[in-house]
Design a protein around this ligand. Structure first.
Ligand SMILES: Nc1ncnc2c1ncn2[C@@H]1O[C@H](COP(=O)(O)OP(=O)(O)O)[C@@H](O)[C@H]1O
Ligand SMILES: [Mg+2]
Length: 254
């Protein structure tokens, strides 16, 4: 089982859109996928029309295997289950920071409990640098990081690399890609050229700015499903193929 975190310490960069569409494509390719919505705003749960389990708070998420498993809900898609976010998830950091015996081992245990049920766990992360993100950085197998090609996002990615180096996390697990790209903007094109040279790990595939992705808020479905023929769906499919070839080389994406 692989744990893939969709993470950026910046909000509004396309983490949730990526989590939802990638989870759908992974499941469509035959992987058994669990999408875990760690952001208390619950956007990816919303896109799958799912409500949070009443009984899963921040402590029971980590400490109660049975409650955690009961909170898993099927989506409308084969092979794709979801742990919807609960508003109590906002206190994950306080809870994890208070666990002297190691928040990181709690995190590890949490996903061990479902290791025989899923091939991939995909984490839709909140944009924080915190006890939660430290546990994610330590225990996820890969980080998929959307970057809008602008100056501030560039700075954010640089900070993420510096944080990894300072805390001895493995930077090889960071897989950045450009998100919400507008090639009519000179700044986007120039930033992409520069960053592609600077970050060899940058995926070639990018996701353009697209109203079809924005419409997911109305359709409440992955654009890779309901907008199968759209350019946006095609770009997500490219991203998935490249990412899968890089990190799931034992099997391959459809
Ligand atoms: N490729 C895209 N093109 C246009 N709008 C997008 C795209 N990706 C995301 N959005 C929109 O931008 C906003 C933030 O995206 P979201 O995925 O929720 O970001 P995050 O999870 O990083 O906060 C949402 O309104 C979403 O619909
Ligand atoms: Mg989000």
């Amino acid at each position: 089982m692989k744990i893939i975190a969709v993470y950026s310490n910046k909000g509004g960069v396309g983490k949730t859109a990526t989590s939802v569409n990638m989870a759908h494509l992974m499941a469509e390719s035959g992987y058994r996928v669990l999408l875990c919505d760690l952001d208390p705003q619950g956007a990816s749960s919303f896109y799958f029309k799912l409500k949070p389990s009443k009984h899963l708070g921040q402590d029971s998420f980590f400490t109660r295997d049975k409650k955690f498993k009961k909170s898993i809900q099927p989506s409308h898609y084969p092979n794709l289950d979801v742990v919807p976010a609960h508003h109590d998830f906002k206190d994950f950091d306080i809870f994890l920071a208070s666990q002297r015996s190691g928040s990181k081992s709690l995190f590890k245990r949490r996903f061990k409990a479902v290791k025989d049920d899923y091939d991939i766990v995909i984490l839709d992360c909140p944009p924080t640098l915190s006890a939660l993100s430290d546990a994610v950085f330590r225990h996820c197998d890969e980080l998929l990081t959307p970057v809008i090609p602008t100056t501030l996002s560039e700075r954010t990615l640089e900070q993420l690399y510096q944080y990894f180096i300072a805390h001895d996390f493995d930077v090889a697990r960071i897989h950045p890609f450009f998100s919400m790209v507008q090639k009519t903007k000179r700044l986007h094109v120039d930033t992409m050229h520069r960053m592609q040279k600077q970050y060899p790990a940058m995926l070639d595939a990018h996701v353009p700015f697209s109203s079809d992705v924005e419409k997911m808020g109305v359709t409440c479905a992955p654009v890779t499903d309901i907008g199968k023929g759209t350019a946006a769906a095609m770009y997500y499919r490219r991203l998935w193929r490249e990412f899968a070839a890089r990190v799931l080389s034992d099997q391959h994406a459809a």
